[in-house]
Ligand binder design. Sequence first.
Ligand code: 7TS
Length: 407
Amino acid sequence: MSARFDAERLRGEFPLLAQEINGKPLVYLDNAATTQKPARVIDAVAGYYRTINSNVHRGAHTLSDRATGAFEDARDSVRAFINAPSREQVIWTRGTTESINLVAHSFARGRLGAGDRILVSGMAHHSNIVPWQLAAQAAGASVVPIPVTDDARLDLDAFRSLLDARVRLVALEHVSNAMGTIHPVAEIIAAAHAAGVPVLLDGAQSVGHLQVDVQALDVDFYAFSGHKMFAPTGIGVLYGKRAWLEAMAPYQGGGEMIETVEFDRTTYARLPYRFEAGTPHIAGAIGMAAAIDWLGGIDREAAARHEDELLAHALERARELPGFRLLGRAPQKVAVLSFVLDGAHPQDVGTLLDQQGVAVRSGHHCAQPVMSRFGVPGTVRASFSLYNTHAEVERLFAALHKVRSFL
Ligand code: 7TS
C-alpha cells in the first residue's frame, strides 16, 4: 500500500461518497463513466450561480465582466493543465463527443475524398467511430479499425502496414474505457506524422489518471470531458494545433462565433470563439477550473501508483474467484477491471452488486466492436479512481463471491 497517498482523507472531500446505497456504504466503482466531484468543485459551481451569474462577453455590466473574467480564467487553467501553447487553442465544448464531432465536421469532411481512409482504434468508444463514419460516408471514404491483440493492445505492426497513402487521419483513445489499456501514443503519433498523417487523441479516460502534455505528445487534436476528471458534466475541451484550427470551417453557427453578420456576407470570430457558438456552459467551465485547481494540490504520480496498487490487489483477489475471466490484460493499463463471470450475464452481476452497495457498469461500454472482438456481449467493469480504497476492493470481491453463490 502507498504510504504517501491518503485516499481515505481525500475521499472525505467528496460529499456523495459518504452515503449508503441499498443499506450499505456506497462503493463507487463506475469512475470510467463519470467521476464524483469534490466539495471544491460543487462550491465553485454554486458560488458562480450565487454571486456572478450573467452572460459572458457582453461587457454591459459588472456582473458580466466578472463572469467573463472567471470563464476566461478557466480557459487559462485548462491551457496550463494540458500545456497547450496558447489559450486560443483551447475550445470549450460539451465534452469529448462534441469535440470529436467538431473535428469530424470541420476538419475531416473537407479533407476526405473517395477511397480515403481514417484509421481508428479497434477498441474505440462509439463516439470515436460514428462521427468518422458520418464524415466518411459523405465522401465515399472509409473508417478502418486498427486490430486488437489478445491481450487488448493495438497491434502496432498491423497499424504500420495500414498507414498508407490513403490515410487522412488517425483517431484513437489515449486510454481505453472498455479495457483500460494505455496506448503507446507517442510511438503511434510519431509513426503517423512520419507518414504525413495528423492524429486525434480521445483523452476522455486519460485526464483523470495521467498527466497530459499536448506539446510533448505533438498531438494534432486532443479531446476530453470535464466530468471524467472531477469537474461537472456538460463541459469539455478540444485542443488543436493552431494551423489546423485556423484553417477549419466553423462547426455550429450562431452568436459568439461571428465577427460581423450581414444577409449577404458573414465573417467569423477569431480563435477560439469561432468554434463556440451560443451561450457557453459558464458554470461548467468554472467548475472545470476548480477541478484543475484541486488536482494541482494532489501528487498525481502517487495517485497513479495508488490506483495501480488497487488494480494489483483486485487481480490478486480475482484469482480466488471461480469463473472470473478478465478481458484487457495489457501490461500498460489504468485501474479498470473488465470481466465476465462464467455462466452469469453481466447485467445480472451488476444488479446483484448494486444490491450490495457496489456500483459498477455492465454492458458493452459504448465499445461494441471490441466486445465482438472478444466474443462477449458485454462485461462487468469496475473502474477505480484515486479516492477508492483497498477496503473497497475487499468489498467488491466479497460481493462477487455472494453473486457467485446466488447464480
Ligand atoms: N471516449 C471515451 C474513451 C470514453 O470513455 C467516453 C465516455 C467518451 C469518449 C464519451 O465521453 P462524453 O463525455 O462525451 O460522453 N465513456 C463512458 C464509459 O466508459 N461509460 O460511460 C461513459
